[in-house]
Design a protein around this ligand. Structure first.
Ligand code: GDP
Length: 304
């Protein structure tokens, strides 16, 4: 909770200070206040569609209760955001039972620079801490740096990494990783993939090939396709989400770099627009700075 509170500080400060300004000198929530609220949400990267949804709901509350004081606005907003996240089942990870599959296979996708490698390293650490045997597959073979980085994280958190020379077939790395995971009795295999968004067909073909090859070893792999997005890029993250979800069956999201950005509202917009659960949030560069997303504590931190 503490890490989350400090991680979301910028988003919270920006949101709350703007809200305070918007209601200064006003006692009731009127159309002007709602207009300002709309602008605040859009500039916090909640996204236009989701913002309008929230505004409409607050309008309905105001219409029903006739008089809503500005002091109640924070609470109203918090409730509506909470409700919106609940509707999108952001906490529903029933299908992510690690124990049901061995190895449980996570294919990680996302463009370069969003924090993919770091997220994999942190996740490996977290899974290891909770008693799982983890292996990483360096299937981003297009960049030597990507393989090196993953190996570095493997050393740091003491987890095995399967790698081949740069330029090797990514599908072959994924295959080797799963083969050896089965042989070693490892519980979770995390496969890094290339962060190229050259074009949708290219991306789709590349990911499909990796999936097909993995299924030769583990029939229903990958159990989780985790898309990593950089929250600090705001609307770009939403655009990337659109492209990746069109290319492959993403079923979990990780939003990184929530510390140091005032754009934390993107979590709300993405969850609402794509109906894919936000599973993890990154709140720093260290190995312990990855958190399972919990909508309740998230919203509480935003309004603390
Ligand atoms: P990749 O190219 O997507 O694999 O990106 P990297 O994992 O190499 O991360 C790019 C940069 O973002 C690195 O400097 C990371 O330390 C940093 N980074 C990743 N996640 C977070 C986060 O949650 N918070 C912060 N502040 N930095 C992060």
């Amino acid at each position: 909770q503490q890490a989350l509170d400090s991680g979301l500080e910028k988003t919270k400060d920006s949101l709350l200070s703007k809200l305070t300004k918007a209601v200064a000198g006003k006692s009731t929530v009127d159309d002007d206040v709602l207009d300002e609220l709309e602008e605040i949400l859009v500039t916090s990267d909640v996204g236009v569609k989701t913002t309008l949804k929230i505004i409409e709901r607050i309008q309905a509350r105001v219409a029903r209760d006739k008089y809503v004081g500005t002091t109640e606005l924070n609470g109203l907003l918090r409730d509506e955001i909470q409700q919106l996240l609940a509707e999108n089942n952001s906490n529903d990870f029933a299908s992510f039972e690690y124990g049901n599959h061995k190895p449980y296979v996570i294919m990680v996708v996302g463009v370069n620079g969003v924090g993919k490698t770091t997220t994999i390293g942190k996740l490996a650490h977290q899974l290891k801490q909770t008693g799982n045997k983890v292996v990483l597959g360096a299937a981003d073979t297009f960049r030597a740096a990507a393989v090196d980085q993953l190996q570095l994280w493997g050393k740091r958190v003491d987890v095995r990494v399967v790698a081949q020379p740069m330029g090797s077939d990514p599908a072959s790395v994924a295959f080797d990783t799963l083969k050896s995971a089965v042989a070693n009795g490892e519980d979770v295999a995390i496969i890094d993939t290339a962060g190229r968004l050259h074009n949708k067909v290219g991306l789709m073909n590349e990911l499909t090939k990796i999936k097909n090859v993995m299924q030769k070893v583990v029939p229903n792999a990958p159990h989780e396709i985790l898309l990593v997005l950089d929250a600090s890029t705001g609307q770009n993250a939403i655009e990337q989400c659109k492209q990746f979800t069109e290319a492959t069956a993403v079923n979990a999201l990780a939003l990184t770099k929530l510390d140091g950005t005032a754009k934390g509202g993107v979590v709300i917009g993405i969850s609402d627009q794509f109906k894919i659960p936000v599973k993890y949030i990154g709140v720093g560069e260290g190995m312990d700075d990855l958190q399972l997303f919990d909508r309740k504590t998230f919203v509480e931190s935003l309004f603390k």
